[in-house]
Ligand binder design. Sequence first.
Ligand SMILES: Nc1nc2c(c(=O)[nH]1)N[C@H]1C(S)=C(S)[C@@H](COP(=O)(O)O)O[C@H]1N2
Ligand SMILES: [Mo]
Length: 158
Amino acid sequence: MPTEIRLTVDGEVQQPRRFTFDDLMALDATYQIERVEQIDPRRRGAAIHLVGLLDAVVPKASARYLGLHASADDFHASIPLDAVREKAMLIYRLGDGPLPVADGGPTRFFIPEVAQCHTREVDECANVKFVDHIELTADKGFDNRPEDDQQHEALHAQ
Ligand SMILES: Nc1nc2c(c(=O)[nH]1)N[C@H]1C(S)=C(S)[C@@H](COP(=O)(O)O)O[C@H]1N2
Ligand SMILES: [Mo]
């Protein structure tokens, strides 16, 4: 598992970008969430609002889906952008360093108060760990989240 942050945000955007830990830290303070614990006590660390990333890359009007890719374990989700735009975040820091791998770091997508696994298009399974590529697309993209209880149990047993 990678421990350093190299996050690419591209696709239907005007300014594709690659972010390091320092780049995320340098994004405007209005986008920074210091304590994710206050939003969900089961999570920890500091996060950047999804809007902070979007404002940096400037989505095109055609961008309707958000692809969340974790190349480390080949896990992918594609969810409607409008459903998460205002509330989702990327947890990326704990103390002075990147989020530990044990927490899904170095960068972990997080949607607060999300639907239970495979009950909705936007569900807990879309809280992609080790995310290294965020891709905006016009149509729904590749998605290999578990589709039923059996697949879900198999994934969690790994
Ligand atoms: N990269 C990656 N992210 C992932 C998964 C995975 O297998 N790989 N599992 C998903 C599923 S199915 C769930 S329910 C949540 C579980 O997150 P937690 O272990 O932090 O509770 O992570 C999601 N993110
Ligand atoms: Mo899940």
